[in-house]
Design a protein around this ligand. Sequence first.
Ligand code: PRP
Ligand code: ZN
Length: 284
Amino acid sequence: MKLKIAIQKSGRLHEDSIKLLNDCGLNVKNGHNQLKSNAENFPAEVYFLRDDDIPQYVEDGVAHIGFVGENVLYEKAKTVEVVEQVGFGKCRLSIAVSKNDEYTGPQFLEGKKIATSYPFLTQKFLTENGVNCEIHEISGSVELAPGIGLADAVCDLVSSGFTLFMNGLKEVQPILQCQTVLIKSSVLPHEQQTLLDQLVFRIRSVRKAKKYKYVLLNAPQASLDAIISLLPGMRSPTVLPLAQSGWSSVHSVIEEDAFWTKIEQLKAAGAEGILVIPIEKMIV
Ligand code: PRP
Ligand code: ZN
């Protein structure tokens, strides 16, 4: 029995999806010229699909789980369950117009034509803003549409903004913030649910590890208490005596968000020789 995992065949989410699976110990070869691949070390099979098709595959149970952008998930409105956000693929669905146009607000689109691969979400935005605008649905290379006279505007995903820039367009109105989510079929068999639970546990360990750094520092005896009080650690910091008397080595983990503030406080409290090391997995 295998867990069938759908990921994007090519595009923004492809590399990050494979990397996350690899970090979780599922060795997956990337899928150029390949639609299916077996994971090593884990009973899983990976399907490389167009991201737009992933919700349907998962709804049908043909794939048990999938990594897909919320943009595609909300556009397709299929019956699947969101397991969790996986922290990559952050982007937004936005309206963009020619870089020379002056966008005055949603009314700019009144009586115009907009090209998109997201007709459902685009229409929702237009309706909410009481704008009449013709939607021209195309499945790819949407950014070309204004330049070739097919539309006055586009509604597409923007991540770095590079694609828009290369096509002489500018982003004027974000309509939805999105990131990648792990979705599962609502008809998931029991054995696959067990495999999914294992995978989710690993994903959380990998993600948690990214938020923390391992810190080692030297502390003179007089500063030890002050330094320890600054460092929570997973339970509490490890304190080891140095060969030189009167000094200890203190080991702990600190959160990325508070990182620089903490380092400054530690220095001020008398810490020396501070080393910071990335953590690969964090099992709590
Ligand atoms: C999206 C979108 C743009 C690109 C934007 O493609 O369609 O082409 O990413 O990214 P940028 O702002 O960094 O240039 P996606 O990976 O979702 O693939 P698809 O549209 O072919 O499904
Ligand atoms: Zn797509």
